[in-house]
Design a protein around this ligand. Structure first.
Ligand code: ARG
Ligand code: ZN
Length: 471
């Protein structure tokens, strides 16, 4: 739009006179960050450093209202930019001045500041909003889960747009202050540490802070009536677990599993190096879903995970993601194997340690379980496609690839790779190809054909590959 305001002649004149860049040079930020699986996720033209969310949620009516303040910096001369957001904004300000805004599609909020933002400018966006998040249907047709006493905001690869405006892609991580006011007697659980909690006029406000870079989909909020346990690890990190007061028959098994968080994290530290965040925990709301999610510092577990008794394996999976997924995140969503393959393999290592079957035995079992004509082998864990992003093959065949690596490079190099990788890319993003190169550099072995076989071929690899791996 800005381009049309200035006649071409004026542009030429301004260049000739060496006048500083005019609005004519400013262009809109892209409406997607450039992820082929999800072209509209994330946005171009800016980078967020911090989100401050000051919200109020009424479980009775599902009304969420509040203000998001976003600290960002422009990465181009920016005439306007998008935020990913499913709710409706009532006012948007950029650097304190009212900005015009329109909603396009179900989750694009287009913001036009009164003046363009030169490349490299730090700027502040304030978005005021109110709405019913469980009515929001994002492009993936997802909504938050409402519970009898609250709601839960957790999903992958999208969930942020249900409840706050953001640059919704793991490539743009930021720190967070999440402050949520709920009726007295109800709690609000989020990531990181509880800085403070105070009550007035019938409402209790919970102030959470997550101070390490965090992807939008790993940012979570749960409102409800919870039993909360607090503790500290031997090294002094706070551990906060929360269990819905309404878990019924699953309550004991949920607590018997999630209360082992510190022990599991310590064991994972021995494998993957120092725990990357400032707090730990887990929460189990009374949702109907059956999945779990590695929400940063405080994974989300569905009660169904604990329907057969304790399930420490799922705790191992979600905590392993703190290194593999949360600290080192996918570059694009096609890189999902660097999350799920390793979280699954961590469960195999736990089984090995517990004497419930070695990783090799589990690999042999999975391999034998799927005959060559099983559709399982048509999914390529290294590039599964958006529709198969969470297919069982990404997990199980993804873990077979890691067992093949172990056999190819030997124990010493294998465990050096597992520990070195999370340090190498701590708090950043990485691609499958970065892992392959890293494993080659540590082991001094060519591994391209091994990974091609296990991650990229749409067919069942020959069985010797699982042991000798053709290297
Ligand atoms: N990363 C999650 C896990 O721990 C996957 C969740 C996918 N399911 C979903 N409903 N979004 O395996
Ligand atoms: Zn996982």
């Amino acid at each position: 739009m800005y381009r049309r305001l200035i006649a071409p002649g004026a542009l030429v004149a301004s260049l000739l006179l060496a006048i500083p860049a005019s609005a004519a040079d400013y262009t809109p930020g892209a409406s997607g960050i450039g992820d082929p699986y999800y072209p509209t996720y994330g946005n171009g033209g800016y980078d967020v450093s911090h989100y401050d969310l000051r919200l109020k949620y009424q479980p009775k009516t599902d009304l969420l209202e509040g203000t998001a303040t976003i600290l960002a910096s422009s990465t181009q001369d920016l005439s306007r930019f998008n935020l990913d957001f499913g709710l409706t904004a009532s006012e948007v300000r950029v650097n304190g001045k009212k900005a015009s805004f329109t909603k396009s599609g179900v989750q694009e909020l287009e913001v036009t500041p009164p003046a363009g933002l030169p490349k490299g400018t730090s700027f502040t966006v304030v978005v005021k909003y109110a709405g019913k998040p469980t009515d929001v249907k994002l492009w993936g047709f997802t909504s938050p889960q409402r519970t009898p006493d609250g709601a839960v905001f957790a999903n992958e690869p999208e969930s942020a747009a249900w409840w706050f405006p953001s640059n919704d892609h793991p490539l743009d991580k930021a720190t967070y202050d999440v402050s949520v006011s709920v009726p007295d007697g109800t709690q609000a659980i989020s990531n990181g540490t509880l800085q403070s909690q105070s009550s007035k006029l019938g409402w209790t406000r919970f102030n959470w802070r997550s101070s390490k870079p965090q992807a939008t989909y790993l940012t979570t909020l749960a409102v409800g009536k919870f039993d909360i346990t607090t503790d500290r690890t031997a090294s002094g990190l706070p551990v906060v677990n929360a269990y819905s007061k309404d878990l019924g028959a699953n309550e004991g098994a949920a607590k018997a599993s999630v209360e082992r968080t510190t022990e599991v994290a310590e064991w994972l530290e021995s494998l993957y190096g120092p725990y990357p965040f400032e707090a730990l925990g887990g929460y189990v709301p009374n949702v109907p879903s059956s999945f779990a999610l590695e929400t940063q510092t405080r994974p989300f577990y569905s009660p169904k995970q604990f329907a057969n008794g304790s399930n420490v394996s799922v705790v191992v999976h979600e905590l392993a993601h703190q290194w593999y997924g949360d600290s080192v995140s996918v570059d694009h969503w096609k890189d999902i194997w660097i999350n799920e393959g390793f979280a699954r393999y961590s469960q195999w290592l736990w089984s090995e340690k517990e004497g419930e079957g070695t990783a090799q035995e589990l690999a042999d079992y999975v391999y034998a379980q799927h005959p060559a004509d099983d559709a399982f082998w048509t999914v390529k864990p290294g590039d599964p496609g958006a529709e198969n992003q969470f297919d069982i093959a990404v997990y199980d065949r993804g873990a077979l690839a890691i067992q093949a690596l172990r056999n190819a490079v030997g124990e010493k190099d294998f465990f050096a790779i597992l520990k070195g990788w999370p340090q190498r890319h701590a708090y950043g993003n990485a691609k499958v190809s970065d892992f392959v190169r890293y494993a080659e550099s540590v082991s001094h072995k060519p591994l391209a054909s091994l990974f091609d076989t296990w991650l990229y071929q749409p067919s069942k690899p020959a069985s010797p590959a699982l042991r000798s791996a053709g290297v």
